[in-house]
Design a binder for this molecule. Structure first.
Ligand code: 13P
Length: 253
């Protein structure tokens, strides 16, 4: 909080047909389009990116995708490249979301390749990490985070890191209504910032914005944002409700 410019992003996941996405974007734009003190981004599905980008044109709301492949073009059926995302107006892509890791079975190595290629193509990356409930219960949360960071961000330079935001999203908190407590989140964020300091140096660590994600709501946002190492949020369910999303952003303003 306060030390770094907050960043709040809505991950719309696999929701909304084009007309619905545009309507949502227009509501987000009318309530938040001029907010300067917080970076605000929305990440619709691929099929809505172009239309949402048009609807947000001239506002300060940034456009992001939910994933990006590791090649610019070619025989990769079903995939979308960073170049295509830039072409429709994206500034960001999410990489390594828990649903890609755990529902689609994607590896740390693939998240690393995606992160590197997205960055070298000119996209900024929201890089997601987080432990499963069993891993938290077994007291290996930090081990899991360290593995995801070490493998996922391997080969990046401190300059690359300026275009990365890390999203801590404990898997047990995603879509469950069970938000991590401010203390649980802060503890993980401190660990993550410490890891960045160890690997990339203190300057990178103090600049790194670390979002929290997992059942963030208007009710839970304030307690979380009071914590020194929580620099914003990656919001799922509540980002589909424009009023709730606006309250979350305003809490960080
Ligand atoms: P929820 O806010 O719905 O828990 O989702 C969080 C998330 O996965 C954002 O990427």
């Amino acid at each position: 909080m306060a030390l770094r410019k907050a960043i709040v992003a809505g991950n719309w996941k696999m929701n909304n047909l084009v007309a619905e996405a545009v309507a949502l974007a227009e509501e987000v734009r009318s309530s938040l389009g001029q907010v300067r003190t917080v970076d605000v981004a929305v990440c619709p599905t691929y099929t809505s990116l172009y239309a949402v980008g048009k609807a947000l044109e001239g506002s300060l709301i940034q456009l992001g995708a939910q994933d990006a492949y590791i090649k610019p073009s070619g025989a990769f059926t079903g995939e979308i490249s960073p170049q295509m995302l830039l072409d429709v107006g994206c500034m960001w892509t999410i990489i390594g979301h828990s649903e890609r890791r755990h529902v689609l079975g994607e590896s740390d190595a693939l998240q690393n390749a995606k992160t590197r290629f997205a960055l070298s193509s000119g996209l900024k990356v929201m890089f997601c990490i987080g432990e499963l409930l069993d891993e938290r219960k077994a007291n290996i949360t930090n081990k899991v985070l360290e593995r995801q960071l070490t493998l996922g961000l391997a080969g990046l330079s401190p300059e690359n890191l300026e275009n990365v935001v890390i999203a801590y999203e404990p898997v047990w908190a995603i879509g469950t209504g069970e938000t991590a407590s401010p203390e649980q989140a802060e503890e993980a964020h401190v660990f993550i910032r410490g890891w960045v300091a160890k690997v990339f140096g203190d300057a990178s660590a103090s600049q790194m914005r670390i979002q929290y994600g997992g059942s963030v709501t208007p009710k839970t946002v304030e307690g979380l944002f009071e914590k020194e190492n929580i620099d914003g949020f990656l919001v799922g369910g509540a980002s589909l409700k424009p009023v709730d999303f606006a309250v979350i952003v305003q809490a960080c303003a």
